[in-house]
Design a protein around this ligand. Structure first.
Ligand code: BG6
Length: 481
């Protein structure tokens, strides 16, 4: 297999892709013969490129680089090609390099094209892959791309149309790195493997579902991108929707990519679309002002370098969604995500109904509802909140039954996803249907924001978002957990 990596000198390659490949290599999960051809704009020798890869392993790899011989064996498989990605002729040369290596090292003609570049280059690269003959392999060819997939519904559809001239849907692996997070992949197993949960996973027992992905970081030097995208495109259209699908999907008849993606699609097809005039009732948009995060003073969004001081970009979104099917009718799903919030935490909370409370109000006054909490990030774990009698004072109180994974042994999202793509398993990649249906839900929100139909709330950096976000749940008699 030849791994053709566009954007080989970029940040993602350095932080995620090289360490992921290395850990797969150490765990013997890469094909016996493989080669990585890195492509970038700068001029580098193979040796210089290999040095960069080595450096990234020392800095970012999950497994420490202890075995020097192994590391050397790994790095030897990296070649570098300087290429102007819009110049069709350069691809002929690239084809020669790939073919030459395939012959020399007897590598099967399977080619993985990884586009770790800005999306405006997806089209030209895929076009040139086809034109040059790089895509005409005797084995398989596959494409891995990163978000953002389009800027709105129309641009996403156009992009998909262009990509699908070169790659068939089953050859396209759209990475949503949230789908690579072990606890997200664990969601179906939790319901599958536990009849107790399985029987409770519906609107008879569940009061609401809350999905939070809060971050403490601000712009991290990405103003150029983020100020146009906002939290709605950066997090909601992709990651939050994927978390929602994974939580709300019905158990597939069997665990296969086709079944799981089919169930996810059904969730999206049942998602209630909003008219842009209704958006303000169900969506809160916020932007952080100055404040304190982790005991450090931070500036407000409008003072961030690269952001216009009149920007109305959203750095926080919370929303109420409805999945109109027999399972979830009447159960609100709440999502919230934002930058510069109080803590870094991605979690899914299932709040169960609490009918007993009305019957035995006095005895149960200190109790809480049963909660199932799936911690996705930064720590992986599952908690179940039950009520139990405190032996010290005889009061019935909430207790937490906790499981948490040993962080050091948990593989990284990119490791799992690249491994799946190499095996041809697309279960945890976003299918075009999901992406399109998700844009369909987001589109009226984009329009409502543009037409200023939804007030932009300021929240203090270091908080959990604007008050309006709490009000959203309060209206239904709930609170964020
Ligand atoms: C990325 C977004 O997709 O996800 C970033 O572009 C965000 O803005 C990041 O910070 C969050 O990922 P994680 O894995 O740290 O929750």
């Amino acid at each position: 297999m030849t791994f053709v990596l566009f954007g080989a000198t970029g940040d993602l390659a350095k932080r995620k892709i090289y360490p992921a490949l290395y850990n797969l290599f150490l765990n013997q999960k890469l094909p016996d013969t493989f080669l990585v051809v890195g492509i970038g704009r700068s001029s580098l020798s193979d040796r210089e490129y290999q040095d960069r890869v080595t450096e990234s392993l020392y800095t970012f790899s999950r497994h420490l680089v202890n075995d020097k011989a192994k590391k050397k064996e790994f790095v030897k498989k990296f070649r570098y090609t300087q290429l102007d990605i819009s110049n069709a002729d350069g691809y002929k040369q690239l084809l020669e390099i790939v073919e030459h290596n395939e012959q020399e090292f007897q590598i099967m003609e399977n080619r993985m094209f990884y586009l770790s570049v800005a999306p405006e280059f997806f089209e030209v690269i895929s076009f040139n892959i086809q034109k040059s003959g790089l895509g005409a392999t005797k084995g398989w060819k596959r494409l891995i791309i990163e978000k953002p997939f389009g800027h709105d519904l129309k641009s996403a559809q156009e992009l998909n149309e262009k990509l699908s001239r070169v790659f068939e849907e089953h050859e396209i692996y759209r990475i949503d790195h949230y789908l690579g997070k072990p606890m997200v992949q664990n969601l179906e197993a939790l319901a599958f493997a536990n009849p107790v949960l399985q029987s409770l996973w519906n609107n008879q027992y569940i009061a609401n579902v809350q999905i939070t992905a809060s971050e403490t970081v601000g712009l991290e030097g990405r103003a150029g991108y983020y100020d146009k995208a906002g939290a709605i495109r950066d997090m909601v259209q992709n990651h939050m929707m994927q978390l929602l699908m994974m939580t709300a999907m019905s158990l597939p008849k069997q665990i296969s990519a086709q079944e799981i993606r089919g169930e996810k699609r059904k969730v999206m097809e049942s998602l209630r679309l909003m008219d842009k005039k209704e958006v303000a009732k169900n969506v809160v948009r916020g932007q952080y002002g100055p404040g304190e995060v982790n005991s450090e003073a931070v500036i407000g969004y409008l003072k961030e370098p690269g952001v216009e001081d009149t920007s109305s970009n959203d750095t926080f979104i919370s929303a109420r969604l409805w999945v109109d099917n027999a399972f979830w009718e009447g159960v609100p799903f709440y999502i919230r995500t934002g930058k510069r919030m109080a803590e870094k935490s991605t979690k899914i909370v299932i709040e169960f109904k609490n009918p007993l409370k009305e019957l035995y109000s006095k005895e149960l006054q200190n109790t809480g509802p049963n909660l199932l909490i799936v911690y996705v990030n930064p720590n992986e774990g599952v908690s179940l909140q039950l009520n139990s009698k405190n032996p010290l004072n005889g009061e019935i109180e909430p207790i937490l039954v906790n499981f948490s994974a040993n962080k050091a042994n948990v593989p990284e999202a990119y490791e799992l996803l690249i491994h799946d793509a190499l095996k041809g398993d697309s279960t945890f990649f976003a299918h075009w249907n999901e992406v399109e249906l998700s844009w369909k839900w987001v589109q009226p929100i984009l329009e409502a924001f543009e037409e200023n139909l939804v007030p932009l709330q300021t929240y203090c950096a270091g908080s959990m978002g604007p008050e309006a976000s709490d009000d959203l749940l309060d209206e239904d008699g709930f609170k964020w957990w």
